[in-house]
Design a protein around this ligand. Sequence first.
Ligand code: PGA
Length: 257
Amino acid sequence: MRNKIIAGNWKMNLSLSNAKELTTEVVKKVQALKLSKEVKVVFGPSAPYLESVVSLIPKSAKENVSVSAQNCHEAEKGAYTGEMAASMIKEIGCEYVILGHSERRKYFLENNSLLKEKVDRALNAGLKVIFCCGETLEEREANKQFVVSQFQLENTVFKLTEKEFKNIVIAYEPVWAIGTGKTASPEQAEEIHKFIRKITADKFGKEVADELTILYGGSVKPANAKELFSKPNVDGGLIGGASLKSDDFISIIKEIL
Ligand code: PGA
């Protein structure tokens, strides 16, 4: 049975005390929900808070709750001032790293060939990868939404071996829906997710595709989560703004149950 994941991407937000408070509150409420083991909640704090957030997750919650970095460098180590190695992220107890987010592609000019190197490095370090893909508004208006995600995946995670690919979670995040309040309709999300599962099956076989967790991201909030998650190929969400408030984040988590 494939995992369902609700992951928060805090981006460059929150103070340390707010981050700790949010983590503690969400962990407490998640524990009360007694989630089954295939439901996972992931926190994605900014780099300086990673270790604190990891330390606030009690052993008893670790089966369901873990932490993701928002980026890693493609090199193993070395003279890269300001950067963070995948092995360091792993060493402090994170389980995931988010790669391929449209903000990294846009503001930090990360292209598919660099992202493939980052994915390799993360997997080598023993991390799992939440890999983002998705089209811009212009691309959607030109009806290119299928080919854009396909191209992004074919040039990155579809180059992995089947064994490696099992550590990938895909997040479909239409760029026009991120932080804009405009959400893809459940039907729009489902048709891309279904397509991603199909091309995954073409590449790695049906069994691998059936096990793949595909998240939707882009203005998910308590009011639209239920409908989005009701679609058969939407296995959870990558949540930005609404992951910063414990009540909203918990409401979204409840909608996947
Ligand atoms: P949003 O961000 O929920 O604020 O739109 C989603 C994301 O960027 O992952």
